[in-house]
Design a protein around this ligand. Structure first.
Ligand code: GLY
Ligand code: MN
Ligand code: MN
Length: 487
């Protein structure tokens, strides 16, 4: 806690503080999180403790914070959505004053004034009841909590970024981290140079949590499917509504309105809406173009986050509803590439086989169109970036609580949920005929890996060029949605 602190009233601290009774019934239940802690405990080495901190609150401007988003790992293990908390998971039962326990959580204490501005805090009693963690205390008691970390063979945690601000509150995240460092005798230099010199471990936890999180449970699959359906419906409705002259911002807003209409709380990542050459910027998030032009393609990569789980779906469509000859040729190659990987995908195969399947179709297709001389590396790789010139990214990643979810990326396994997202991007100035310039195409879908193949989860959004044109010809719910002009 800062010493000479006045208490600034954080007028717009956008901390997520839904009352438990406001929650919809399909939230993950405390039993899910307890089972995940148990699964982690089973992986921990003998005589060890794993320590997890909540995400920091980040300043946006003056006394306004960014919307708070819990650290996905902390959420996975607790369901707790508030900041300034620390969780300890012990391998074996511990005993204090005759009381046995194998996990403890420290959470924010009640504060009538802060709760007046930000809403109710769960507090230790709420943590016991709602999170189902019997040992729950206020953060301000962590420093004096009598726990000798030196008795453990291993203390596992993620190394610190040293980017957490001190606030006026006692027991805030800054205090919790400082006190933990003191308790364990933390010294970053020792940790890096002589990892064996003490009982501290900052690498194993990542492996254990990755092994857990890359395989989805039934409850997680339900939430992922919901997030994916919402995102796919967004794509369909925007296809129907799309017109030249709309702004990229407006298109983004239509998608995100649909996310909210279905009660998705957030976007899983900043929405990417790029027309023409903007679509060639892989993670373009400015979305500023005021008037999308007739004849352009628009690339829309968006994912709703529903109760923590995020989709990742991309569609590329012709703004005026009809692909040009060149656009369609490129689009259809990307579609074939995606389909080749989807046809290959099943449990047991190495992850890289998916990329290889897409790259083969893309590279051969671009040779046929005359955009590459041959499929030799020297004719494909752009020496300036070291990447393939027109397909410069990977094709697949896990999704879950993070859009690029944790994964080992060795073999595909049942109940992984992954994207397949090949693309071709031909920016202006490329060494090709100008008729290809400013064509960006990415098609990204979400798949459940099974024993025998993979299931397309984002099937509500049309994928072929023909289906897209048909959908774009349909009437839109946004047509009657007119607002007063500001001119
Ligand atoms: N939306 C980022 C990605 O597709 O990986
Ligand atoms: Mn993706
Ligand atoms: Mn994406």
């Amino acid at each position: 806690m800062k010493q000479l602190a006045l208490i600034p009233l954080i007028f717009f601290a956008l901390v997520s503080l839904a009352q438990p009774s406001d929650k919809s019934s399909d939230y993950l239940q405390s039993e899910f999180h307890a089972a995940r802690r148990e699964a982690l405990r089973a992986k921990l080495p003998a005589n060890s403790v794993a320590v997890f901190f909540s995400n920091p609150v980040r300043n946006r401007s003056n006394d306004v914070s960014y919307v708070y988003h819990q650290d996905p790992e902390f959420y996975y293990l607790t369901g707790h959505k508030e900041p300034h908390s620390v969780l300890l998971v012990f391998k074996e039962d511990q005993k204090v004053k005759g009381k046995k326990f194998n996990e403890i959580i420290f959470v924010r204490e009640h504060d009538a004034l802060m709760e007046l501005y930000e809403g109710a805090r769960i507090g230790p009693e709420g943590a016991k009841e709602k999170l189902n963690i019997a040992m729950a205390f206020e953060g301000s008691s962590f420093g004096s909590f009598n726990l000798d970390f030196s008795k453990f063979d291993k203390v596992l945690f993620y190394d610190f970024q040293n980017d957490v601000r001190d606030t006026d509150e006692e027991g805030d995240l800054f205090d919790l981290i400082s006190q933990f460092k003191e308790k364990i005798g933390y010294n970053q230099t020792d940790l890096n140079i002589e990892p064996q010199a003490n009982n501290l471990d900052v690498s194993l936890l990542d492996l254990y949590m990755t092994e857990l999180r890359e395989i989805k449970t039934e409850e997680e699959l339900d939430l992922l499917k919901k997030a994916i359906n919402i995102s796919a419906i967004g794509q369909v409705e925007v296809m129907k509504a799309m017109k030249p002259g709309m702004s990229e911002t407006e298109v983004q807003g239509m998608h995100e309105f649909i996310f909210k209409k279905y009660r998705a709380e957030y976007e899983g990542y900043p929405s990417i809406v790029g027309a023409g050459h903007n679509g060639c910027v892989l993670h373009y998030i400015d979305n500023y173009k005021p008037a999308i032009e007739d004849g352009e393609l628009i690339l829309m990569d968006l994912g709703a986050e529903y109760h923590g789980y995020t989709a990742d779906v991309t569609r590329t469509i012709p703004v005026n509803g009809k692909f040009t000859k060149e656009q369609k040729l490129v689009y259809d190659i990307v579609y074939e590439a995606q389909q080749a990987a989807a046809d290959t995908c099943k449990a047991g195969l190495p992850f890289y086989t998916l990329y290889d399947a897409t790259a083969e179709v893309v590279n051969e297709g671009l040779v046929e169109l005359g955009l590459y001389k041959s499929t030799d590396k020297k004719d494909i790789v752009n020496p300036e970036t070291g990447r393939n010139r027109y397909y410069p990214h990977g094709c697949c990643h896990h999704i879950g609580l993070d859009v690029h979810d944790k994964g080992i990326y060795d073999k595909l396994e049942e109940n992984m949920v992954i994207t397949i997202e090949p693309g071709i991007y031909i920016p202006e100035g490329s060494p090709s005929d100008q008729k290809w310039w400013n064509i960006p195409v990415r098609i990204e879908d979400d798949y459940l890996v099974t024993k025998d193949g993979c299931v397309l989860l984002s099937n509500l959004a049309p994928r072929t060029s023909e289906e897209i044109e048909k959908t774009m010809a349909q009437p839109s719910v946004f047509s009657d949605y007119t607002l007063p002009s500001l001119d």
